[in-house]
Every structure is written in C-alpha cells, then in structure tokens.
Write a protein that binds this ligand. Structure first.
Ligand SMILES: Cc1cc2nc3c(=O)[nH]c(=O)nc-3n(C[C@H](O)[C@H](O)[C@H](O)COP(=O)(O)O)c2cc1C
Length: 370
C-alpha cells in the first residue's frame, strides 16, 4: 500500500485530510495555506465591538466548513445575521438542519466573544420567520466573561484516530452538563458500527459523495483561493496529488485504489473511538437546532479545556432516503421516541491538529457602515 497510514490520515465524505509532521520541514512550511489561516490570527483585533465579536464567531465549527454566515451591520449596535443559502448542502443536509446547527455554534461564539469584551447580546431569533434573518443581535453594555472563552483558539474538530484509552470518569462527569456521554463498551461498539455503515452509504451514493468531493480543496493554492469546504493539504497529500493518486475522479470511483484506501483509513479512524457525545432535542424546530449548535460549541470548548478531542460524525443523522435505516437506528439507540438526535461526536484523546481555513471576517459582512 503506497500511502503510509501513519503519516497521512484522511477522511473523505465529511472531513479534512491532514498530513503529518514526518515530512521534510522546508516543504511542510511552504505548503501551509498561510493566507487561509490568517483570520485565526486576526481574531480580537477590531475596534468596532460587533466586528470584534464577529472575528471570533467566524471560527465556529460548521458543516463542511461552508461558513454560511452573513452579517448586516447597517443598524447601530446591531448585527442582523443571515444564513447564505448559496452555501447550502442540498444532498447531505436537505432540510438545512445541520447548517442551522452551525449557525447556532456561530451565535454562541458571538455571544461569548462579546461578553469577553464587556457586552451582552440580546438575540431575537428568526424574527421574520424562516425566510428572514437567523437572528437580530443587539449589543448592550454588561456582558460577563465566560471561562469557556479561554479555549476558543485551541478548539478543533479532531478528524483523527484517538488513543486507545478510556475517557476518565471525572472527565465524563465534568461533561455531563454539556451532553450525554456514552462510554460503555457495548454501546460504543455499536456506534462504531453504525457510523461506519452510515459513512459507507454516503461514500457509495454518488450524489452525496459528489457534494463533498466538489467541496474539496486540493492543496495550498486551492485552499488559499477558497478557504472553506474540505481542505486537503500538507506535503504528503500534495505529493500524492502531483502523482495523480489523489484526485476528484478517484474519490468518486468506489472501484479505485484511492477510494478503497480512503475508506480503510476512515474505518480505522472510526474504530479508534473510546466514547461518544450526543445531543438530542425533544422538538426539531429551527430554534431547537440553534440551541443544539450553541450547546455543541460549549461542549467543544469544554472538551478542549479538558484536553479531550471531539469529532462530529453526522452521516447517520442525515436525512435522505438511502440513509433512512441508519437514521432510524441512531434514533432508536440514542433518543427517546419522537425526539431528534441533533449531534453525534467521537470523544477521546486525540493528536493536536491544525486550524481549518476561514474566509476573512470582512468578506462575511454585507454592509460595513452603521
Ligand atoms: C452540524 C455539524 C456537523 C458536522 N459533521 C461533520 C461530520 O460528519 N464529519 C466531520 O468530519 N466533521 C463534521 N463537522 C465538523 C466540521 O467539518 C468542522 O467544524 C469544520 O470543518 C471546521 O473545522 P473546525 O471545527 O476544526 O474549526 C460538523 C460540524 C457541524 C457544526
């Protein structure tokens, strides 16, 4: 097998492929998509309180890193927050449930950043119904900093195999206020199987796999040009691209060696999971989805603070016909009858991983004056 799995761990159909550090330092340095990562360095650098909070909020986790947020700043002390429907994921997220959860992650990070700066935000969600803005955020003096804010810059979605060690009981207890944590062996084994079967459905269903593959950015130049989607970068992967071994065509062809290697890497990754975190909700309204996103962001910050890694694995929660049996199995296992599983994530001890690209905050502002 030409790819060393220990050096290049990848995942297709829902995640980044990350190259490892074993490669030559010089080439590694030159393959880092520095421009696409700049927004991480600029967070907190803005005089305007709204732009300052937005400069953190754009670092929120979100499906396929689409970053569908748009902020209208035309009214004083106010952000009117929209979801950019040009960034929808019609195949894997036909009802925009996951995208709305991503907006919830953004909202929570916005609130945390504003509070850190001494502002409280009063949110009005979907004031004009679903077709209008996601939220109107009104800034006022008086926010109280939240200790979770300390982990904003280190937060990641860790798309890597986790160490074969249990999550200690005190950490499971510390996370109980944020999510349901599953760490009993039998249920973990069943969830490993569920997430793998669901991944196979997404990867072998041409239109859903194509949606992901179309959003892949191959190498530094493409990542810098489009700092969203699924970034495939680093020296090892760029070498494979140069050799023609990693390409859109190969990833879309279940018979290709590249596809089979990617699948095997992903299977091993899913197996290296000691625990899961689950968020469910009794209803499934847009507001429930926003709340799930807010909760996920807080969970992700709390896990970061504990030195734990978190990785959403959403395939079984997706709402298209081919996935229906796995969706049903996930709900039977994880939710009360009639409730919705909003998020399922792998939890454990993972390696340090790189930041993912972001569009500069200025490009997400519809109207800069106000
Ligand atoms: C609602 C939602 C669903 C997600 N589903 C997946 C998933 O199925 N697989 C995956 O690898 N990452 C998933 N992610 C993580 C995103 O890919 C990740 O947040 C994005 O690439 C940005 O990276 P970061 O979180 O490390 O900043 C999901 C994130 C959200 C908010």
């Amino acid at each position: 097998m030409p790819i060393s799995r220990r050096k290049a761990i990848g995942l297709i159909g829902g995640g980044a492929v990350l190259a490892a550090s074993a490669a030559a330092g010089g080439f590694l340095a030159t393959r880092t998509p520095t421009r696409a990562l700049q927004p991480w360095g600029l967070a907190g650098d803005y005089d305007d309180k709204r732009k300052n909070a937005l400069s953190y909020a754009i670092l929120a986790p979100n499906p396929h890193n689409r970053q569908p947020w748009l902020a209208d700043l035309s009214q004083a002390d106010t952000i009117v927050l929209h979801r950019d429907t040009a960034r929808d994921l019609p195949e894997t997220d036909p009802y925009d449930r996951q995208l709305t959860i991503g907006m919830g992650c953004f909202v929570e990070l916005l609130a945390l950043a504003a509070a850190q700066d001494g502002y409280a935000i009063d949110f009005s969600f979907f004031p004009d119904g679903e077709a209008g803005p996601v939220a109107v955020a009104q800034f006022a003096n008086g926010g109280r900093p939240d200790p979770l804010f300390a982990h904003v810059m280190a937060r990641r979605s860790c798309k890597q195999p986790f160490e074969q060690r249990a999550v200690p009981a005190d950490m499971v207890a510390a996370l109980a206020p944020y999510a349901a944590i599953i760490d009993d062996e039998a249920t973990v084994a069943e969830l490993i199987d569920l997430t793998w079967q669901a991944w196979l459905v997404e990867a072998n269903t041409h239109r859903t796999m194509k949606e992901s593959v179309d959003l892949m950015r191959f190498g530094k130049t493409q990542i810098n040009a489009n700092p969203d989607g699924i970034d495939l970068g680093g020296p090892l992967l760029e070498s494979l691209m140069a050799l023609g071994m990693l390409s859109r065509d190969a990833l879309l062809d279940p018979d290709s060696t590249g596809f089979k290697q990617g699948a095997e890497i992903y299977r091993e990754l899913l197996q290296a999971t000691p625990a899961y975190a689950v968020l469910t909700s009794a209803g499934n309204s847009r507001l429930d989805q926003i709340e799930a996103g807010r909760a996920w962001l807080r969970l992700n910050l709390a896990t970061t603070g504990l030195g734990l890694a978190l990785h959403p694995v959403s395939q079984a929660l997706q709402e298209y016909p081919e996935m229906a049996p796995h969706y049903e199995r996930a709900h039977t296992m994880l939710a009360e009858p009639g409730h919705t599983v909003q998020m399922l994530g792998r939890l454990g001890f993972g390696p340090a991983v790189a930041q993912t690209p972001r569009w500069p905050v200025e490009t997400r502002i519809m109207n800069g004056s106000g």
